[in-house]
Design a protein around this ligand. Structure first.
Ligand code: NAD
Length: 405
């Protein structure tokens, strides 16, 4: 299988085959503006110092400061971070936020660290990268295995090093450290707004059957928000496997169970593997975990009517072709999961203006930011007789090219 960066470049090629862009412009997007690899020394509880490899990729800043999360994961490597940074450039453009694209990461199984080790690693990442991040240059946020608490340590370290008190260099912070109302649920809620605009085109009601892979920040919140809006959540999973109930699960109960016991083992519903979960009969399949989950191998067996990509890069280009041929609507990550970076941008704006917006205001701003852009992408796909991913890339590329010009 290709690595995520090769997939991201291939997505650009596929869009450009539908609507051409000049080669000089495209060359600028095939490579990041800057990539930094760091080696972070962390004092472990044992008294030894251990080195961790980390990254920041600053892909493109034509439309604003680099923006993108930091991932802590054992499989994180440079090509994954490159892909995630490129997708951020496309994402901020497709939903028209005044930001560019970047991404960071550390190769680490953070579940094996103590709280103190995790804090020292988080602060270490900032110490190494403080010279190239900042409220007007590069604004990181949480991603897989990074939490509001980690953002609080990071923003505190950044303030200590630079004296900057805006707290606008990191988003996804806790509320009492300059965070925004609605940021925690933003990606899931944005997914709902995008779904609500696009569902009519495939004849889906709000009341429909949903399968969610991954129950972290994105998947857990999405499951709750979809259920609150009338949908039935028939399956959910974490990295070890999932649970299935055709009659519907209560996402809050599934999450509470996992929190209490550390796993879904013994939850009163049928247990299924992640592979089985993806192939369940349902209306909407919501991948909300990692890249490369829907591939040429399993795509022929996907039975959903819509795939709403809340994870980044869950579908390979080969799988895209298979799903398209089967008549399944794939709502691409750069549109479907843009709610997170949208509310992160609102948080940054509140910090810079020293304001606090109420939750209702944030949710309404999010809807206003995403819904017209989802319709715009759909209209472009119609006009060009193409799929939503190619159309979203074309809309994004046009905006980035305009900014560069
Ligand atoms: P998280 O760390 O909060 O949760 C990840 C979840 O995925 C966990 O439940 C974990 O158990 C599960 N998981 C891990 N490996 C899995 C596997 N192989 N199969 C099934 N489940 C697995 O991370 P998150 O912030 O929810 O991010 C999830 C995805 O959403 C990522 O692709 C991320 O890049 C993307 N995303 C996150 C945000 C955000 O605001 N956090 C915004 C946009 C996109």
């Amino acid at each position: 299988m290709k690595n995520p960066f090769e997939n991201a470049l291939s997505q650009i090629d596929r869009a450009v085959a539908v609507q051409g862009f000049d080669d000089d412009f495209l060359a600028r997007l095939r490579d990041a503006e800057r990539e930094v690899r760091i080696s972070i020394p962390v004092l472990m509880d044992s008294g030894h110092t251990k080195m961790f490899e980390g990254y920041r990729v600053q892909h493109n800043s034509a439309r604003g400061p680099y923006k993108g999360g930091i991932r802590f994961h054992p499989q994180t490597e440079i090509n994954e971070v490159r892909a995630l940074a490129l997708w951020m450039t496309m994402k901020t453009a497709v939903v028209n936020l005044p930001m560019g694209g970047g991404k960071g990461g550390v190769t680490v199984d953070s579940k094996t660290l103590s709280v103190g080790e995790l804090e020292r690693l988080s602060r270490g990442w900032v110490r190494m990268l403080a010279p190239i991040i900042g409220p007007h240059s590069d604004v990181p946020a949480p991603d897989v295995n990074t939490t509001p608490q980690i953002m609080a340590w990071m923003v505190d370290e950044y303030e200590k090093i630079t004296g900057d008190k805006t707290r606008a260099t990191f988003t996804g912070k806790p509320l009492n450290c300059g965070g925004s109302e609605g940021r925690g649920e933003a990606t899931g809620r944005g997914g709902w707004f995008v779904f609500d605009v696009l569902r009519k085109f495939v004849g889906l009601e709000k009341k429909c059957d949903i399968v969610v892979q991954g129950m972290g920040n994105v998947g857990g919140n999405a499951a709750r928000i979809f259920r609150d809006n009338g949908a039935r959540i028939i399956a959910m999973s974490d990295s070890r496997g999932g649970v299935y109930d055709a009659g519907g699960l209560d996402p809050a109960a599934v999450e509470a169970y996992k929190k209490g016991r550390g796993s879904l083992d013994g939850f009163p519903a049928r247990t299924i593997s992640n592979a089985e979960l993806l192939e369940l009969e349902c209306d909407v399949l919501v991948p909300a975990a990692l890249e490369n989950q829907i591939t040429a191998e399993n795509a022929p067996r996907i039975k959903a009517r819509m795939v709403l990509e809340l994870a980044n890069g869950p579908t390979t280009p080969e799988a895209d072709d298979i799903l398209l041929a089967k008549g399944i609507m794939v709502v691409p990550d750069i549109l479907a999961n843009a709610g997170g970076v949208a509310v992160s941008t609102f948080e940054w704006e509140q910090n810079l203006k020293n304001e606090r917006w109420g939750e209702k205001e944030v949710v309404e701003k999010l809807r206003t930011q995403l819904s017209p852009e989802a319709l715009n992408v759909h209209a472009r796909a119609d006009l060009l007789h193409t799929d939503l991913r190619r159309a979203a890339f074309i809309v994004a590329l046009e905006r980035i090219r305009k900014a560069i010009k």
